[in-house]
Design a binder for this molecule. Structure first.
Ligand code: NAD
Length: 495
């Protein structure tokens, strides 16, 4: 069986004793096994990143950026290969996999502007004949720990900027989808990146803990579920690192009575069932305001029933869930929703998928008359389960969103500019869509949620990403003329 190994210092490093199976979720078949790093493997990856750092930091911005451009060209030309790998391990349909690669590529393109993004500033005569300037410098080896649901895009939220800014990287991908990271490592080598600048450490908690506590790792970018994000934030900050840890989500979409209900129904389908709901920006709670729920639920149900679920390589609309355990968990939530009295309008447990073998499928599932006390509302299900809650007013809907412990993404559907403006102003969520159901910011803005959806204060990519992967230094300069001098023990003051 094929073993997916670590990539350290520009070449593959074989697995040790511990491995885990990797499955094709559409067929249920084990396709390979992945190395699970030991502490020693983790130390070797950090040592490689540390050794590569001084030369990479000191390479001119022009040459560093040329390697970024080369990576971008190779990625653009060969993104179909990466998308096929994503579909075979994650399960999302091929178009969607291509979409995630394209969104990741946009961060590479943004990072190509690093010579401009890293520029400092200069002030002449801040005090008499004293000048001051600031520079932004790289940090050293940085760790990126990513979730299963975006094997390419989430690592690309971070590593293009980290590398362009002169840092070296250890990427720890999810053990459920390990191949994309190695594919990108090989692409970096082809683009001319020196060995040791980009390393891949395959593994589980052992690998993560080694990176969180290693004294030579200077920063950690994490994306995953809220309990692990909190753990990563607390552990890595306790070890003196800067940390951005993006967590889970429960995203709400409000539909106001004046909205175009066909547009809203299309949006609910796309945001609820795209990638089988395994997106941190998926909509899982739809708040139908006023008397529109009957009509809106009927429109969503007819669309959901028309979706084709199956193998992501067969042109279906929706693929499987990532593992059999996750399929069972999602199906368990559907059982719980029924038992708690919600109206099951579309039941995804009973579909016949278009796939060979025994894949991990749950079809699109729609509940109506959901109430806030039900587990299908309270928990992040991370599956194709959309809950409709009937709400009396805009104020009630807004209050419900603001009372939720998560604050990743949200959307309002309306033709009322005043309502939309109030929503944008008052909602306690990091990413807001106005008639846009999945408001993922562009690479030159920053991606991140509020509350339990992010630990730390820095969002991913955009200007916040540049600032995360660099640190500032202010330099005050005086070139003394021969007449200048004198002793003064007071605190420096401007004159
Ligand atoms: P996860 O938390 O299980 O795993 C994320 C990473 O942490 C993986 O690399 C995994 O190997 C590692 N890990 C798992 N358990 C660990 C432990 N006990 N100690 C140390 N490391 C551990 O998340 P997942 O299931 O891979 O991804 C889905 C979750 O990620 C969802 O909650 C989703 O909302 C979230 N997510 C959030 C965003 C965002 O931008 N906020 C984006 C994508 C996914």
């Amino acid at each position: 069986m094929n073993t997916i190994e670590h990539w350290i210092n520009g070449s593959y490093v074989p697995a040790g004793e511990r491995t885990a199976p990797v499955t094709n979720p559409a067929t249920g078949k084990v396709t390979s096994e992945v190395a699970l790093a030991s502490v020693e493997d983790g130390n070797a990856a950090v040592a490689a990143a540390k050794a590569a750092f001084p030369a990479w930091r000191d390479m001119s911005l022009t040459r560093r950026t040329q390697i970024l451009f080369a990576f971008r060209e190779l990625l653009n030309a060969r993104k179909g290969e990466l998308a096929a790998i994503i579909t075979s391990e994650h399960g999302k349909v091929l178009d969607d996999a291509l979409g995630e690669v394209s969104r990741g590529q946009e961060v590479v393109e943004f990072a190509c502007g690093m010579p401009h993004l890293m520029k400092g500033s200069y002030t002449e005569n801040a005090s008499t004949k004293v000048d001051i300037h600031s520079v932004r410098q790289s940090l050293g080896p940085v760790a990126i720990i990513s979730p299963f649901n975006f094997p390419a895009m989430v690592p690309m939220w971070f590593f293009p900027l980290a590398i362009a800014a002169g840092n070296t990287v250890i990427l720890k991908p999810s053990e459920k989808v390990p191949t994309a990271a190695n594919w990108m490592a090989e692409l970096w080598k082809e683009a001319g990146l020196p060995d040791g600048v980009f390393n891949v450490l395959q593994g589980d908690k052992v690998a993560v803990d080694t990176l969180l506590t290693h004294p030579d790792v200077k920063a950690v970018s994490f994306v995953g579920s809220t309990p692990i994000a909190k753990y990563v934030y607390e552990t890595a900050t306790a070890h003196g690192k800067r940390v951005q840890a993006l967590g889970g989500a429960k995203n709400h979409m409000i539909v106001l009575p004046d909205a175009d209900l066909d547009l809203a129904a299309d949006a609910a389908i796309n945001a609820g069932f795209g990638s089988a709901g395994e997106r941190c920006m998926a909509i899982s709670a739809l708040l139908a305001v006023g008397g529109i729920a009957d009509e809106l639920v009927a429109k969503i149900a007819s669309r959901a029933n028309a979706l084709r679920t199956g193998d992501g390589l067969r042109g279906c609309d929706m693929g499987p869930l990532v593992t059999s355990a996750h399929r069972d968990k999602v199906a368990g939530y559907v059982d719980a929703g029924e038992e708690s009295g919600a109206t099951l309008v579309v039941d995804g447990r009973t579909i016949a998928p278009d796939a060979e073998g025994d894949g991990f499928f749950v079809g699109p599932t729609l509940f109506d008359n959901v109430t806030p006390d039900m587990s299908i509302y309270q928990d992040e299900i991370f599956g194709p389960v959309l809950s409709v809650l009937r709400v009396d007013s805009f104020d009630d809907a807004l209050a419900m969103i603001n009372a939720n412990p998560y604050g990743n993404g949200t959307a309002v559907f309306t033709n009322d500019g005043g309502a939309a403006r109030r929503f944008q102003n008052e909602v306690e969520v990091g990413m807001v869509g106005i008639n846009v159901p999945v408001p993922v910011p562009m690479a030159y803005y920053s991606f991140g949620g509020w509350k339990n959806s992010l630990f730390g204060d820095t969002h991913a990519h955009g200007s916040e990403g540049v600032s995360f992967f660099t640190r500032g230094k202010a330099v005050t300069t005086r070139w003394v003329d021969p007449s200048h001098g004198g002793i003064n023990l007071g605190f420096p003051q401007n004159a």
